[in-house]
Design a protein around this ligand. Structure first.
Ligand code: ACO
Length: 420
């Protein structure tokens, strides 16, 4: 068997090596502490594999991303988001009957319990929709308490109800009545209708918007062991229920270094625009570490993010189709151009990531900046669900419980202080 050797304090330890079919190499340290009392230390887990997974493959050096083996470029061009959900969760693409049944299930379960509408009354109109989404998803476990016994059904429920919860949070924020889901519309069409229709007049669905949303959701659908997915796996590893695990994933995604970056990109582009559009000035500020260029850099992609390449092109097309001339798109392109020529960004392999252009498209679609990370969550939902399911189904899964190197005080006497 393949082995790696570690020498520690003069003692040699043999560590089994696991190799993936794409040439990835993992040194299995599962018995290291038991044999040597040593652990590994890896801030940010950049070198730590937490599991084996057959869902998504990323080759960050070469900008490759595949869902269940299918290249992202092909999936983005040919698939429907609902098919991608099925593919990620079940491992294979559906045949026509399976797809029809899956679509039916997703529409059938899209309503939320009528009582849940009352929850929205308690939130301030200014409440962040990510806070609402995570609370509402956790609240679903009060309606479906045996979540882990009926996993397939509850996966459907989450995929079906998340868009309803997201659209209701938007309606609440702008003070409009909730628009109920409609079973005659596509997954994306139904979401847009719930977001933008008003009872007083018919809402004309735009095929451009449906297509754009479909693309955005697909590109966000999974990204292997990112921060929010690892959170879902970690919470799930304690045998917490599916809704609680996904709610935790939403919270992890909210952070500006992860999914929250799409909101921050727009804020940054607006700031540069309002300050006269001098991108060089802001590149300099980023180099001086006064701020981070949001939407730039990635833990895994070190050459380019294939999702950003697709979205850059899509941003041009969607804005043109909608007849929108957004000066922020020009600023984004100039910023990318300047940064990609700059030694600071080149030497650190910092390229635009998926969040750099997504906000411009969402904005053109009429989706407010505050909702951007919620849109990301809707896209990432099938990925989270697929990983939660895979983790639970893997007999090797144990409760996730990292170790630490303790750096605090040595033992000291409390009684001595108490006696003073
Ligand atoms: N702007 C300026 N400098 C940056 C940026 C940035 N966006 N990102 C990284 N750097 C610099 C760091 O200062 C560091 O420089 P140093 O080595 O001289 O100290 C170097 O590049 C490496 O950065 P790390 O923070 O160590 O990289 P890490 O892999 O830990 O972080 C991350 C990756 C969080 C994505 C980071 O690049 C970042 O903060 N980007 C901006 C936020 C963002 O766009 N997040 C979305 C990521 S994609 C997603 O979650 C969907």
């Amino acid at each position: 068997m393949d082995k790696a050797k570690l020498i520690l304090d003069g003692q040699e330890y043999e560590l089994p090596v696991t190799r993936g079919p794409e040439g990835e190499v993992g040194i299995d340290i599962g018995k290291l502490r038991k044999e040597s009392r040593a652990i590994t230390l890896d801030y940010g887990y950049a070198n730590t594999g937490s599991c084996e997974s057959s869902i998504t493959f990323i080759d960050g050096e070469n900008g490759i991303l595949r869902y269940r083996g299918y290249p992202i470029e092909q999936v983005a061009e040919h698939a429907d988001f609902v098919e991608v959900c099925y593919l990620l969760v079940n491992g294979e693409l559906p045949n026509a009957d399976e797809l029809a049944a899956f679509k039916h299930e997703l529409t059938y379960h899209s309503m939320i319990h009528e009582d849940m509408k009352k929850f929205f009354e308690g939130y301030l109109p200014t409440a962040h929709p990510m806070a609402i989404l995570s609370s509402m998803i956790a609240s679903l476990s009060t309606y479906y308490p045996h979540a882990n016994e009926r996993v397939a059904l509850n996966i459907i429920r989450l995929l079906a109800k998340a868009p309803t919860l997201a659209a209701f949070s938007f309606k609440k924020a702008i003070g409009q009545p909730f628009i109920y889901p409609r079973n005659d519309l596509s997954y994306t069409g139904n979401f847009l209708n719930m977001m933008f229709a008003v009872p007083a007049e018919p809402y004309q669905l735009s095929p451009t918007l449906e297509r754009a949303l479909n693309l955005l959701l697909i590109l966000h659908a999974d990204h292997e062991q990112n921060c929010s997915t690892s959170t879902v796996r970690m919470v799930g590893s304690s045998d917490a229920n599916l809704f609680a695990s996904i709610s935790a994933g939403v919270c992890a995604l909210w952070g500006p270094l992860h999914g929250g970056a799409n909101q921050r990109v727009m804020d940054m582009l607006k700031m540069i625009h309002d300050d006269g559009g001098d991108v060089d000035k802001y590149v300099e500020k980023a180099k001086n570490r006064e701020f981070r260029l949001m939407g730039f850099g990635h833990r895994v992609y070190k050459n380019f993010d294939p999702r950003a390449t697709i979205l850059k092109k899509a941003a041009d097309e969607v804005l043109e189709e909608l007849g929108i001339n957004d000066p922020l798109l020009e600023i984004a392109k100039r910023l990318e151009e300047v940064a990609l020529r700059d030694e600071f960004f080149v030497s650190r392999n910092l390229y635009p990531n998926v969040d750099f252009y997504s906000g411009l498209i969402y904005s053109a679609m009429g989706i407010p900046t505050k909702m951007f990370t919620v849109m990301f969550a809707l896209g990432r939902m099938p990925g989270w669900l697929a990983h939660w399911k895979e983790n639970r189904g893997n007999p090797k899964t144990r409760i996730n419980r990292p170790r630490q190197i303790y750096t605090g005080e040595g033992a000291r006497d409390f009684k001595e202080i108490a006696d003073r």
